[in-house]
Design a protein around this ligand. Structure first.
Ligand code: J2J
Length: 552
């Protein structure tokens, strides 16, 4: 396995191979197989049209050759920062044909995050869409490159003549058809049991951690999602959530669709008109969403103007879907079934099953997709709690990582000695065998499914010279579920407003969704009996304050 990763122990490897969980096939190989099996079936559609499996595979091959010509090599690590457009998938599979390893960055990431990923991985290339949402990604890419000498290649979508930039449109163009006849790189460096790509952890640490996923583990994860949900080649999956997130990428997303020869619609926005328009136009059958997105879609006046009758499943995850929301989804989207998706980029996917009794589907967050997933619910001492009691969910299995990338010290606390990943989620076992998420231990804010590490933002705020102490906590929000609130103890006599704080944080060039949305200036922070800042007390305090604000 790639240096800096933690392999599964040999006896587990043997088991996962013997039981057929892991197969010796890379992502590129699965694409090539599907292209042979279903040449004329649509794999990918977006605003620019549809691509069948064969065309898509050919395009990915062309781009792979073009990138090899420009110096990209097997095992190179690259930053992939593309929105939900066809190029996202074309480049993703082109990289797999080469055997290069993409880091799945979000379009929302900015200089600070990208520079960190480049530095940790020694990435050799950065892929971006220059003007997406009016932001100058090229300027940012150049700035990141200036501080990261390993970044030799900047690759932009579209066409252009900026010096030092490779453009994707010419690489995809039929003009290079001669190259189509050259032997396409066929999963060259794509060892099925090695790292295929790296996801980013929502994180509880100062900087986001990288999650190395192998071809074999991810394909198994994807296949088991397909089985749990009964997808077929007739499934039409709409990716409106960022495709770089595990939820839309494969669990259960694009890679899952690929395993059964289904279709994927790339939708670059979660705007209601865009999402509804894409469902109607492409007769989408599956929509993955966060509770926040579902609520926004409900509240849209546009809903009744579109024909949404093709929808069969609405997978809701990233945050807990309350039973009331489950009922509303059922009643509103023409009989489409709400599915709980309780997953994590580190691995374990729990899904509710269409065949379960309705009350179980409604009230629980589902169960693991694989019988080989091991789950335990433990107390503070790591001892299993009694059935039905709340405890921390820990897990290991054929598609759950054994360690973050190059993070030996953090891994010692994030995993047990037996290799179980500590999810930080507080859950309880329902009599049906499904899980109910009751809360979490980990110190993060879950803003509409987008995770914010409290420590990361606290460290940045502490560098403000007006700040003596800070604690960032979640405050309840009817749409987003949570938003972040910063409690700040200023230095003697200093003052600070939310606008000033956020201006300061924007100068640090971080993703905008991480900015606190409320500032409480206080004289002191409450402490626990152990002398630690009591985030619980702060969360309760801001929740009570919001209750007063809303009433009053
Ligand atoms: C409560 N908490 C949930 C849910 C995730 C499918 C769906 C979501 C993710 C994801 C994913 C939750 N109810 N239904 O990767 O494949 C919280 C938990 C979890 C963390 C993981 C997928 N669904 N969560 O959200 O890596 O706290 O993955 O540990 O972004 O989100 O976040 P992430």
């Amino acid at each position: 396995m790639l240096e800096g990763c933690t392999p599964w122990p040999q006896d587990f490897v043997r088991d996962y191979l013997r039981s057929g969980c892991w197969e010796a096939r890379s992502l590129a190989k699965v694409l090539e197989d599907r292209a042979r099996q279903f040449p004329r079936r649509v794999f990918l559609a977006d605003r620019d049209g549809r691509l069948d499996y064969e065309e898509f595979d050919r395009l990915a091959g062309r781009v792979a050759l073009g990138l090899i010509e420009r110096g990209l090599r097997p095992r190179d690590i690259v930053l992939l920062q593309l929105p939900n457009i066809r190029e996202f998938a074309i480049v993703f599979f082109a990289l797999h044909k080469i055997g290069a390893v993409p880091v799945m960055c979000l379009p929302a990431h900015r200089h600070s995050e990208l520079a960190h990923f480049a530095q940790v991985t020694h990435a050799t290339a950065h892929f971006f869409a220059p003007g997406f949402r009016g932001y100058d990604f090229l300027a940012m890419a150049r700035e990141v490159q200036a501080g990261a000498p390993s970044l030799k290649l900047l690759v932009a979508t579209g066409d252009g003549a900026e010096p030092g930039v490779t453009y994707l449109a010419p690489l995809m163009a039929p003009a290079s058809r001669a190259a189509d006849r050259a032997p396409a790189p066929s999963g060259a460096g794509g060892d099925p049991f090695d790292v295929a790509f790296m996801l980013l952890s929502g994180g509880t640490t100062g900087v986001p951690k990288l999650i190395p996923r192998t071809h074999a583990d991810y394909l198994y994860n994807a296949r088991m999602c397909v089985e749990a949900l009964g997808w077929t080649s007739d499934t039409v999956f709409l990716a409106a959530l960022p495709a770089a997130h595990n939820f839309a990428l494969g669990a259960p997303g694009i890679v899952a669709a690929l395993t059964v020869g289904a279709s994927v619609i790339m939708c670059p926005s979660t705007d209601a008109d865009e999402v509804f328009g894409a469902i109607e136009r492409h007769r989408a059958t599956v929509l993955p969403a966060t509770p926040a997105l579902i609520i926004a879609l409900f509240n849209s006046a546009q809903r009744t103007r579109y024909d949404l009758s093709s929808l069969r499943q609405i997978c809701v995850g990233g945050q807990r879907m309350l039973p009331e929301l489950f009922d509303r989804v059922r009643a509103t989207f023409g009989g489409a079934l709400p599915i709980h998706a309780f997953g994590m980029a580190e691995g374990l996917t729990n899904l509710s099953r269409p065949g379960d009794p309705l009350d179980v589907q409604r009230e629980t967050q589902g169960r693991p997709v694989s019988p080989a997933d091991e789950i335990r619910i433990v107390d503070e001492q790591g001892i299993d709690v009694a059935a039905g009691e709340v405890g921390e969910l820990i897990t290991r299995g054929p598609y759950t990582i054994r360690g973050y990338y190059r993070a030996a010290e953090h891994n010692r606390s994030a995993f047990t000695a037996e290799g179980f990943y500590r999810t930080g989620d507080l859950v309880r076992l329902h009599p049906s065998g499904n899980l109910i998420v009751e809360g979490r231990k980990k110190d993060m804010i879950n803003r509409g499914g987008e995770k914010i590490s409290a420590e990361e933002i606290e460290n940045l705020i502490l560098s403000h010279h007006h700040v003596r102490m800070v604690a960032v906590v979640a405050m309840p929000d009817p749409v987003m579920g949570e938003r972040s609130c910063a409690f700040v103890v200023p230095r003697n006599g200093a003052s600070l407003t939310l606008a000033q704080l956020n201006e300061f944080l924007m100068d640090k060039k971080i993703a905008k969704f991480k900015l606190p949305e409320r500032l409480e200036v206080v004289d002191a922070l409450p402490v626990t009996a152990m002398g630690k800042v009591s985030k619980k007390a702060l969360r309760e305090r801001i929740a009570a304050q919001l209750g007063i604000d809303r009433r009053g």
